[in-house]
Design a protein around this ligand. Structure first.
Ligand code: PMV
Length: 317
């Protein structure tokens, strides 16, 4: 029997950066994200007649061809084997197929959506009557990729000491746009970044700063103080990028194109007294979040950048 599921990616406004336990992907601080329901990974699992698990590209309409490196395939199948062990089916073998509905070579992290989809699909296939609660499922998923646990619920998810938790906010789901200024494979992986940041002098106090920002951001969102939410999100991604720039050896994802897009966001806020929330992941690309009634602004940003860079947005239709 074949099982197939999809899971969305997510973008954190308060970042998971640094681990207290690298083997279990336990974070040093609470993070907070919005799931991106237009950026999906599909995973299909089917028993095979081989004596090993295999990965293949899933084919289908609206799915992008992608290649997963040998290392990527190993990591994906290693998580699958961990899940098989959990569900006590380690002596059976399967073909795991996966693909995204967005190009994987474009700097939009797909590890959150792919590990969440793999965890969800394995759970649905093997848990039989045993229902797992969201937290337990999150605990399983985070062992594949930390941020993937936040993709199991939505739109707003907190991931803290006690696991993941869905949060209700008056804004609901916002419109999302990613301006992809560079789509090269990252030279420093996020796993390496997690390790290196602990050697930055700015890491002292980082967990406390992040925890404080989580509380401030939730308060701003709950009271619909959009500008405050923008300021907090802005300070937060700079905090993470400052860690990258100050660890030893230091590294950088930000480039001049990232800065141009960031300056255009500041300009809009300055001119209109309103604008999108803005953040960056561990990469050079810019993520913008708009309230539904700011749709025209999203269209204007799209028009401004679409000829220079790849732009992915929902809410354009
Ligand atoms: O899930 P990982 O180990 O790839 O960590 C990624 C963490 C960031 O994307 C940089 C930030 C976040 O909270 O999503």
């Amino acid at each position: 029997m074949k099982y197939k599921v999809s899971a969305p990616s997510n973008i954190a406004l308060i970042k998971y950066m640094g681990k207290i336990d690298a083997n279990l992907n336990k974070p040093t601080n609470t993070s907070f994200s919005m799931t991106l329901n237009h950026l999906l990974t599909f995973v299909e699992i089917e028993p095979n007649a081989h004596s090993e698990d295999r990965w293949e590209l899933l084919k289908g309409e609206n799915l992008y061809p992608m290649s997963l490196s040998d290392k990527g395939q190993l990591r994906f199948l290693k998580h699958f084997q961990f899940l098989k062990q959990h569900f006590k089916v380690e002596n059976k073998f399967f073909t795991v197929r996966s693909a995204n509905n967005f190009p994987s070579d474009c700097g939009l992290a797909s590890s959150a959506s792919s590990f969440a989809a793999l965890t969800q699909c394995t759970y649905e296939m093997f848990s039989r009557d045993k229902k797992l609660d969201l937290r337990t499922l999150g605990e399983l998923s985070r062992q594949g990729s930390g941020s993937s646990c936040r993709s199991l619920a939505g739109p707003w998810v907190l991931w803290g000491e006690k696991g993941i938790e869905q949060v209700k906010l008056p804004y609901g789901e916002l419109l999302h746009m990613a301006v992809v200024v560079e789509d090269e494979k990252k030279l420093i992986s996020s796993s390496e970044a997690h390790k290196r940041v602990s050697h930055s002098s700015l890491f002292v106090g980082r967990p406390e700063r992040a925890e404080k920002r989580v509380q401030q951001l939730l308060q701003a969102m709950q009271t619909k103080n959009w500008r405050e939410a923008y300021e907090i999100s802005w300070a937060e991604f700079w905090d993470m990028h400052a860690l990258f720039e100050t660890c030893n050896p230091h590294f950088s994802y930000m480039n001049s194109a990232s800065l141009s897009v960031l300056r255009s966001v500041e300009k809009v806020w300055e001119e209109k007294g309103d604008g999108p929330l803005c953040t960056m992941d561990a990469g050079p690309n810019i993520h913008l979040l708009f309230r539904p009634e700011q749709k025209q602004m999203l269209v204007e940003f799209n028009n401004q950048w679409k000829n220079q860079y790849k732009v992915f947005a929902n809410g354009m239709a």
